[in-house]
Design a protein around this ligand. Structure first.
Ligand SMILES: Cc1cc2nc3c(=O)[nH]c(=O)nc-3n(C[C@H](O)[C@H](O)[C@H](O)COP(=O)(O)OP(=O)(O)OC[C@H]3O[C@@H](n4cnc5c(N)ncnc54)[C@H](O)[C@@H]3O)c2cc1C
Ligand SMILES: NC(=O)c1ccc[n+]([C@@H]2O[C@H](COP(=O)([O-])OP(=O)(O)OC[C@H]3O[C@@H](n4cnc5c(N)ncnc54)[C@H](OP(=O)(O)O)[C@@H]3O)[C@@H](O)[C@H]2O)c1
Length: 525
């Protein structure tokens, strides 16, 4: 195959798009990356002042590039701030000469598949007709309509393969819906989403002296509440309204042992059921599940002792292990509960709320809270964003289920019914850069003809098997496609597909007991 003649399009130059570009270049392709922003980095380019990494630098890195030593040494510096993350991403882009492949300020308005008709595709036994990246040779291409945001012109590009890396925690804010007459339009103050707050240059000035309500209990809500409390103190406390208590913890180790030793090594993976596991794995996972429960209880006890969760009624109703397997763990902003103690932050639980003209009504508490500003830290609609990129209705309908369901992606990146296209960065792991890069590497091998996909029926069976796993381990907290605690199992499958050894460690002890991380996959070109 003449790789230079195959046109590869990538949408997005965040962590996922950069990884996709690097790995496609490694394989001799010359991809073009379309990025709406005027910079790389995606979510990292526009964050709150206080945003830091939530994982050590050994876990949040690309396989082929370690962080500079200075960013990885002392405990406090193991979680670098957003500026350093941007520096790291820029260095990566420079090291692998990615910038020349990126068209900045180029917003992809829509993508459309031109080639086989819907009826013809429905007849296919194999993805794209033959299970190969570029299809059966019936001139199938993706047409991208791209707007140059600097001059407003629209251009059309055709690509032979499209990699969608548009992220799921940016772009499409999740705005709660309300019955008519109690919704946002009633409120006379300011309402904004956490993403708008992140983009503000003068956020501290904006909230200063104002009555602020923050809705949500994810990482954004905690961070924003902490920032507002820092500005206004206890003289003008902010209120955080939450409906679910989550495991936000102050560090990623207990008694000096990193949590990855309990969840991210091969030995710990034996205690969970895995999609497509054989009889032996099934028996082991069943027999070891009490051990997993006990580990979870010990970790919960540790955090309950070291963070005043009980005092503030913030102990989650689900286990720590569930949080790990649902990608729901987050880092508590420094001194958060001190701010609650001093009265700068007021925590209120409420399942339902509505708006009045001067504040919010907590419906199940029958309580009214006055407010000048309401910040909705209510997350994102990654599913909607994914659907919106497609022009054709059949793609919109098939690509993603709902915000509560995982998108049906084979190996978490190929939709069995959408040809010549991969999605990277939709499924998450405890650090997304790790998961995205593994997928980008797998897609690059696929593009280069390293393997063929199995039949559509097999892929759909595999997707269903993975959905069962996600349902089992994430239960009612299952909101996303999260593969965190079985990331080794997942990476093993990717390694088998591309024909490299899944065992990446030196020695049996290390193989079983050392946590796996991005560096274990360095050099897999
Ligand atoms: C504030 C914040 C902090 C986070 N911290 C962590 C953390 O500590 N650890 C962790 O693992 N994860 C974290 N995450 C999750 C984060 O989403 C991932 O780590 C990762 O950065 C996502 O990268 P991505 O490239 O998949 O998506 P994004 O970063 O969202 O990048 C997508 C890119 O695609 C571009 N794009 C989108 N649509 C179009 C279009 N139509 N046309 C052209 N370009 C388009 C966007 O402009 C953007 O640059 C955080 C998320 C947020 C919001
Ligand atoms: N590194 C960092 O410093 C940093 C900073 C910010 C974000 N992040 C990451 O970015 C991602 C997104 O985080 P996020 O906090 O923005 O979003 P999120 O994790 O999706 O959290 C959204 C929150 O909004 C709540 N919510 C949604 N709809 C609601 C409704 N109708 N009424 C009341 N509450 C509602 C949810 O409640 P339920 O829990 O009840 O569903 C949840 O608590 C996460 O992966 C996070 O870890 C990282």
């Amino acid at each position: 195959m003449e790789r230079k003649t195959k046109r590869i399009g990538i949408i997005g130059a965040g962590v996922s798009g950069l990884a996709a570009c690097k790995h496609a270049l490694d394989k001799g392709f010359e991809p073009v990356v379309f990025e709406a922003d005027d910079t790389i980095g995606g979510v990292w380019a526009h964050t709150l002042e206080s945003t830091r990494l939530q994982a050590p630098t050994t876990a949040f890195r690309f396989s082929d590039m370690a962080w500079p030593a200075a960013a990885s040494v002392a405990e406090t510096e193991r979680y670098p701030g957003h500026g350093e993350v941007m520096e790291y991403l820029r260095s990566y882009a420079c090291k692998f000469d990615l910038l020349r492949r990126i068209r900045f300020s180029s917003q992809v308005l829509g993508v459309e598949y031109l080639g086989a008709s819907e009826e013809e595709m429905a007849e296919w036994e194999h993805w794209s007709g033959n299970g190969e990246a570029f299809g059966v040779g019936k001139d199938g291409v993706w047409r991208l309509t791209v707007k140059d945001l600097n001059i407003g012109s629209i251009q059309v590009f055709l690509v032979d393969f499209l990699i969608v890396c548009i992220g799921r925690h940016s772009g499409s804010p999740n705005i709660p819906e309300f019955p008519a007459s109690s919704g946002l339009e009633l409120f006379k103050g300011e309402i904004l989403h956490s993403i708008d707050y992140s983009y503000m240059d003068n956020a501290a000035e904006f909230v200063k002296g104002k009555k602020v309500i923050i809705v949500g209990s994810g990482k954004s809500a905690f961070d924003i509440a902490a920032e507002v409390a820092k500005v206004n103190g206890s003289t003008q406390p902010c209120t955080m309204i939450y409906r679910t208590k989550h495991w936000l913890v102050h560090k990623s180790s207990i008694w000096g042992v990193d949590l990855s030793y309990f969840y991210l090594n091969r030995i710990s993976q034996l205690s969970v059921h895995k999609p497509g596991e054989g009889f032996l794995h099934y028996v082991l996972a069943t027999a070891l599940s009490p051990l997993r429960w006990a580990v979870s209880k010990v970790i919960e006890a540790y955090f309950k002792r070291s963070i005043p969760l009980e005092k503030h009624g913030m102990v989650p109703d689900y286990s720590f292990s569930f949080a790990m397997s649902s990608c729901l763990i987050a880092m508590l902003p420094e001194g958060f509960y001190d701010k609650v103690d001093e009265g700068s932050i007021v925590l209120k639980k409420s399942r339902r709320f509505s708006f009045s003209n001067d504040g919010i009504i907590l419906e199940d508490r029958n309580e009214h809270i006055e407010s000048d500003i309401v910040i909705l830290a209510t997350g994102f609609r990654g599913d909607q964003k994914l659907r919106d990129i497609f022009t054709a209705n059949w793609c919109k309908k098939t690509v993603a289920g709902s915000s509560d369901a995982a998108a049906p992606l084979y190996r978490e990146c190929i939709h069995p019914r959408i040809p010549q296209l991969a999605i990277v960065g939709y499924s998450e792991s405890l650090t997304n850069i790790y998961a995205s890069e593994r997928m980008a590497n797998w897609v690059a091998h696929f593009l280069a003809g390293g393997f063929k996909l199995p039949s559509i029926r097999c892929m759909e069976e595999s997707v269903a098997e993975w959905a069962k796993y996600k349902d089992l381990y994430n239960g009612k907290y299952f909101r996303r496609s999260c593969i965190s605690t079985i990331n080794i199992w997942f990476n093993d499958l990717l390694c088998q597909d591309i024909g490299c050894s899944p065992k990446r460690k030196k020695g049996v002890i290390a193989e079983w007991f050392q946590p796996y991380g991005p560096a274990d996959y360095a050099g897999l070109y």
